[in-house]
Ligand binder design. Sequence first.
Ligand code: GDP
Ligand code: GDP
Length: 439
Amino acid sequence: MSRQVVAIVGRPNVGKSTLFNKLAGSKISIVEDTPGVTRDRIYADVDWLKYNFTMIDTGGIEPTTDDKMLSYMRKQAEIAIETANVIIFVVDIKTGLTDADYKVADMLRRAHKPVVLCVNKVDNRQKLQYDVFEFYNLGLGEPYAVSSAQSTGIGDMLDEVVAHFDEEDVDNEKSDIPRIAVIGKPNVGKSSLINKLLGEERVIVSDIAGTTRDAIDTVVKYDGNEYIFVDTAGLRRKNKIEKEGLERYSIIRTVTAIENADIVVLLIDAIEGITEQDAKIAGIAHERGKGAIIAVNKWDAIEKNDKTMYKYLNDVDTTLSYMTYAPKIFISALTGLRIKRLFENIDIVIQNHALRVSTGVLNDVLYDATAMNQPPSDKGKRLKLYYITQVSIKPPTFIIFVNDKSLMHFSYKRYIENRIRESFGFMGTPIHFIIRERK
Ligand code: GDP
Ligand code: GDP
């Protein structure tokens, strides 16, 4: 369940972006239809052997002067240490070892996280094989010789990366307790909400033993049900990097939290109203197929009349038009307003995210839908929808068999989705469709 996260760190110009793009391959394009998310290519999906993991590029805006280099490198390393399961440390054979490389290696070593040392730009292995040995001096174990430009050595390096994955963590279905991430931009009230939840009278906080994520996840019991709030450590005792409000850092943090959750509670600041940054964060949860609740926070702090709530609902639906399935509630982390309602919504969304519908009933709905609104046709050929079946949950995913995929337009797919939602609910969860041809 918890998805492994791999972070790339290294000095500017060692080839991090080149490596990132090679590893991400075509996968990066998956994000493209979610507004705002691809522009800064912070993370991507990577497939290697039986593994599918999330890769993050910790390098952001690079320093222009040498004296800023070390603090830049330090920040990258901190982000990686805090969020990743395995770190790829990229160095450059052309420049050789630098002072900054040594300092970062020290930090990484002290963090006791698995590190894979990638010596990049080894374009000519034969000629450079002895030069690679120099990198043993970093004390990070075996250097892997890679040419990102020529795509050589990458496979061996990835073998080493996945060898460090926590197997138990990778296939853990060991706990049925639903996992929830509280997400939102800096200062929206995430820490306040977590602290409020943990301080609630009805809440019993306990610890789970034996998992690697203990330190960051919190188990909570509310009205007899158990929940795991993921990645709460940084929120309970706010950490210093987050305070600096570094946008990239907060996105990386968000991606990691989302990956480790089933559903998210997205906080919107009522005082500021909904913004592009909210849309970016929501987009990540949507694109990762997570259940979602939108909670407009700080509801205590604004002046209201009978139209205020309606206006917010409207603004949220307009800005997050791809996420109209999410229930919206108005809360205050400060006063505890509607915390009970929040838990009720969490229960509903968890259920819907894992809902299965039987094939018979699904096909009845499909049949009625196509009878009521004829499928589109093009150049005399009409789309036929033969059969629908649900193949997975979290999120609910359906295969529809058709005569010709190219005839299945977005608007008709949307129509089918709406009919399915009308029939079965699915409030709070995205639903996915796979269209297959059957001649
Ligand atoms: P970043 O700043 O670490 O993200 O580095 P980039 O990926 O932008 O690469 C910096 C420069 O190194 C670019 O001009 C790349 O074309 C070049 N580069 C990256 N990988 C290799 C490689 O394997 N061999 C060679 N010769 N050049 C590379
Ligand atoms: P985070 O960065 O998302 O974790 O946000 P914090 O929990 O640190 O909250 C940022 C600021 O907003 C703090 O000054 C909080 O006291 C304030 N705040 C959080 N929730 C509420 C709320 O529901 N109402 C009001 N009025 N202020 C809030």
